[in-house]
Write a protein that binds this ligand. Structure first.
Ligand code: GMT
Length: 375
């Protein structure tokens, strides 16, 4: 089967899910064509079954906004024709499902067509997709997709609540390739923390929904009770909030390490004791699953799909969105009790095994086969 994957080339979220899925399919012999604005962050382009097609936007002084979506649908149309693709898989509704629909219309002009699968990832439904500027186009392109999947039950419920959807939505959760977590990948703890210090970690795109100011406040509360340091991985608009916090709390400057965008994330996750995710919205929380795959329990909010991943009292603890005190107290309790911490580290890994690639990939393959069969 020849599959076209349309995705963002990002370091996290939908871009990572799309890339990991495409690479796993390529390893099984599928021919996979990535169509994106840049080479996706984790894509192994040396795999002979993987192709990358960069969307080139022709800039012109007349345009106040460059027409990316037109360039994208033209590229989709060209790649489908050139490589005789069997199926398109759009990751994130905006603009991918919409652009794929336009490409399908172009193909129909020539008496051709291609099945389209759209996977909803989160903010395309809960945040950006809700805006009146996009809402109708998002609803339209979901309804025009041949198959629609969502990464959690919670996101499926939100989609049905916020939009008028005529399609059945299949839940295929995000996944993790546990084989990528090797013992010999463990970094030296002493590179980051003293022997008696605990390590807290947060990984995100530092957008307002991630509530990084709460990560910092939780760390401050924990640090007052438990010898600890905080690692923050990622870049984004709320970076300034971190700088402001450090200016207001100079005694903590040496205890906060900002690592920016990191490629071999697992190496650092593996040496952490607790992962913080106080998000205001999270359709799934892939970052939490990645932490669990590295034996790291999660202290989180109970937003969206997080409770489907992080299990209260087993793989970590959850509190109401914004309840910094509860998240701080849970972290302190966990870090003070070595036995509990060891048990939760073990449980976190077991939970990650439930979401293992080998369990989820066959669901995607079956869904592709059924989509083509019913087309
Ligand atoms: O978290 C983000 O803001 C990025 C966003 C994306 O689409 O790239 O992530 C969403 O998709 C991820 C992969 O399916 C989910 O694990 C995240 O929970 C989801 N983010 C939100 O819902 C805020």
């Amino acid at each position: 089967m020849k599959i076209g994957i349309l995705c963002y080339p990002t370091y996290g979220g939908s871009g990572i899910v799309a890339t990991e899925l495409g690479m796993s399919l390529a390893n099984k012999g599928y021919e996979v064509h990535f169509i994106s604005s840049n080479l996706p962050a984790r894509l192994d382009i040396t795999n002979p079954n993987i192709f990358f097609h960069k969307v080139n936007v022709q800039t012109y002084p007349l345009f106040q906004y460059q027409p990316y979506d037109i360039a994208l649908s033209s590229m989709i149309y060209r790649v489908v024709n050139l490589y005789k693709l069997d199926l398109l898989h759009a990751h994130y509704a905006i603009p991918y499902a919409y652009a794929a629909f336009t490409a399908k219309q172009m193909l129909k002009e020539e008496g051709k067509d291609i099945p389209l699968v759209t996977t909803l990832h989160g903010t395309d439904i809960t945040l950006v997709g809700q805006h009146p500027s996009y809402k109708h186009a998002v609803e339209f392109s979901i309804n025009q997709s041949d198959t629609v999947t969502s990464v959690s039950e919670s996101l499926k419920a939100d989609t049905l609540k916020f939009f008028n959807i005529r399609k059945d939505i299949q839940v295929i959760t995000n996944f993790i390739d546990n084989t990528e977590f090797h013992e010999d990948m463990i970094c030296q703890r002493k590179q980051f923390a003293a022997a008696d210090e605990k390590i807290l970690i947060h990984v995100s795109n530092l957008r307002p929904v991630k509530r990084v100011e709460e990560v910092l406040q939780i760390f401050k509360n924990v640090h007052a009770k438990v010898k600890s340091m905080l690692i923050i991985i990622g870049e984004g608009p709320d970076m300034e909030k971190i700088n402001e916090f450090m200016e207001e709390n100079p005694d903590l400057i040496g205890k906060i390490r900002l690592l920016g965008k990191v490629n071999d994330l697992y190496r650092i996750l593996q040496l952490s004791d607790v992962f913080l995710l106080p998000s205001e919205q999270e359709s799934f929380g892939l970052a939490a699953l990645e932490a669990m795959a590295a034996n790291t329990p999660v202290i989180s909010s109970n937003a969206g799909g997080i409770p489907e991943v992080n299990i209260q009292g087993e793989t970590g603890y959850l509190a109401e969105i914004g309840n910094v005190e509860a998240m701080s107290n849970y972290t302190i309790k966990l870090l003070r009790d070595e036995k509990l911490l060891a048990k939760m580290k073990h449980n976190a890994k077991e939970q990650a095994m439930r979401f293992d690639l080998k369990n989820i990939l066959p669901l995607y393959e079956k869904m592709y086969e059924e989509t083509i069969k019913n087309f």
